[in-house]
Design a protein around this ligand. Structure first.
Ligand SMILES: CC(C)(COP(=O)(O)OP(=O)(O)OC[C@H]1O[C@@H](n2cnc3c(N)ncnc32)[C@H](O)[C@@H]1OP(=O)(O)O)[C@@H](O)C(=O)NCCC(=O)NCCS
Length: 209
């Protein structure tokens, strides 16, 4: 029991794309997620809430809404996801989001931590990502993990917005220690709020990417 993490599967995509629509001004279509899952160099994970009915009452309305939209995914427990690609010696985080009802409890950080841990464990040197300069929440989260703004990429998004390219170097022992400390802090935060992490580690394969 407890919250679980596993690799994203093609059947997850309708729910993931629904959360994406709630999370981004220019969401990815389902086909984009399906394409990502077919790439040999891409790693996508979903975070599942426990099987028992927990969480905010609003979440139950969300489940009802999903039920009305997609019969086949009515039992979905997905509350967030993260993905990255291996691009040479870098991990490139392509997406991260938490279903709005579940934000502010540490799940976004957990998902980022999982991606960073996998990238570091995979032996890559640095991590990059793009973000909208206006996204203060994401900026705080990425700064917490040591990301700096490298440059601005004009008109990167489909709606014409620029992106900041963010980067952090992870190929040193200090960053491994940092991830261990963040893991302990997250565990403590979840323990305080009686959030049980069931199969988080078990969902992660290890070794070189
Ligand atoms: C970004 C996102 C994934 C964060 O998920 P979350 O579960 O709400 O975040 P957490 O509760 O794990 O918080 C982690 C950190 O994010 C930052 N953060 C979270 N909520 C914040 C808020 N309201 N204001 C400022 N910073 C905030 C803080 O640095 C926080 O660390 P702290 O708890 O030590 O202060 C979530 O807000 C989301 O899905 N947003 C829409 C999609 C998106 O913008 N993705 C990033 C694209 S670049």
């Amino acid at each position: 029991m407890g919250y679980a993490l596993r690799a994203m599967e093609p059947d997850d995509v309708p729910v993931v794309a629904a959360i994406d629509r709630l999370s981004f001004p220019t969401p990815w279509p389902s086909a984009a997620f399906q394409r990502e899952l077919r790439r040999g160099n891409a790693y996508y994970y979903v975070l599942l809430r426990p099987e028992e009915e927990v969480g905010p009452a609003r979440d139950r309305r969300w489940t009802d809404r999903l039920r009305s939209l997609f019969g086949t995914v009515r039992k979905s427990r997905i509350i967030g996801y993260v993905g990255f690609r291996q691009e040479g010696d870098a991990g490139h985080i392509t997406t991260i989001a938490v279903q709005p009802d579940w934000r502010g409890h540490g799940f976004g950080e957990l998902l980022l931590w999982v991606a960073m841990e996998r990238i570091v464990d995979g032996g890559l040197d640095r991590v990059t990502l793009e973000m909208r300069p206006s996204n203060q929440v994401a900026l705080q989260l990425y700064r917490k993990y040591g990301f700096d703004v490298k440059r601005r990429r004009p008109a990167y998004y489909n709606d014409g917005d620029d992106a900041w390219v963010m980067e952090v170097s992870v190929d040193h022992r200090g960053y491994r220690h940092f991830l261990t400390r963040r893991c302990e802090a997250l565990r403590e935060r979840f323990r305080r709020h009686q959030i049980e992490l069931g199969r988080i580690e078990a969902g992660l394969e290890a070794g070189p990417l």
